[in-house]
Design a protein around this ligand. Structure first.
Ligand code: PGA
Length: 255
């Protein structure tokens, strides 16, 4: 059985006080109202990680993650945050290659592959994002784009390393737009990604990889998405900023 993971990416939102209030509310609601076994990951800005991790220590299925990390181990890289620092703040997960990082900070697959390596070296679990722009979908390049992102970002890993990766399929045209991919569109790409992993590694390995969907996931569309055979959770932006909408999405994951 592969892991089901619901992760809330706050992006550059919430000061410390508001963030801790959100985590306190949401983590209690999840504890009281949710008896499934999906893993929940709170992904605040770096500087809140230590405090949020301490707050979640009491909840066995709730974790923290970072939104990015440096591709370097340590050294003279002013303003950067290393994987080892993230781990020392109590986080377990790191988003790598979010489309906003690719788009606004020119992060490319080769660089992202290095970030994946530093995460694994420091025992952090990467959530590797892939997804096409609207133009790429309209010109039918989406399969090609996603295949390159997956191959160039991940396929240098060996079979035991790849098992630590969670993939998040996030079509850029669905992020923050209110426009969700249909369940069929998402399922088609998830099955495609699983197929790529199966042919490069093995069907058994592909079957164990969690593939999340991201892009305007809301309480209203979560259950339908989660019912698809290859959708194993969600990476949530906007709806993760309020405890009720975030926990309602968690509750939509029944397994
Ligand atoms: P959204 O963001 O849920 O606000 O569309 C998703 C993401 O960027 O991970």
């Amino acid at each position: 059985m592969r892991k089901k993971i619901i992760a809330g990416n706050w992006k550059m939102n919430k000061n410390l006080e508001d963030g801790l209030a959100l985590v306190s509310e949401a983590s209690n609601m999840i504890k009281d109202e949710y008896n499934g076994n999906a893993i929940v990951v709170f992904i605040p800005p770096y500087i809140h990680l230590n405090a949020v991790s301490k707050m979640l220590a009491a909840y066995p299925n709730q974790f923290t993650g970072a939104q990015n990390c440096s591709n370097h181990e340590s050294g003279a890289y002013t303003g950067e945050i290393s994987a080892s620092m993230i781990g020392s703040c109590g986080a377990n997960y790191v988003i790598i290659g979010h489309s906003e990082r690719r788009q606004y900070f020119n992060e490319h697959n080769q660089w992202l592959a290095q970030k994946i390596d530093t995460c694994l070296k420091n025992k952090l679990l990467p959530i590797y994002c892939c997804g096409e722009t609207l133009e790429e979908r309209e010109t039918e390049k989406h399969f090609h784009v996603i295949a390159s992102q997956i191959k160039e970002g991940l396929f240098h890993l060996n079979a035991s390393e790849i098992l630590n990766i969670t993939v998040a399929y996030e079509p850029v045209w669905a992020i923050g737009t209110g426009k969700t991919a249909s369940t069929d569109q998402a399922q088609e790409i998830h099955a495609f990604i699983r197929g790529l992993i199966a042919s490069n590694y093995s069907p058994e390995i592909a079957d164990q990889i969690t593939i999340q969907y991201g892009g305007s996931v809301k309480p209203e569309n979560a259950a339908e998405l989660f019912a698809a055979p290859d959708i194993d959770g969600a990476l949530i932006g906007g709806a993760a900023l309020q405890s009720r909408s975030f926990t309602d999405i968690v509750k939509a994951m029944t397994l």
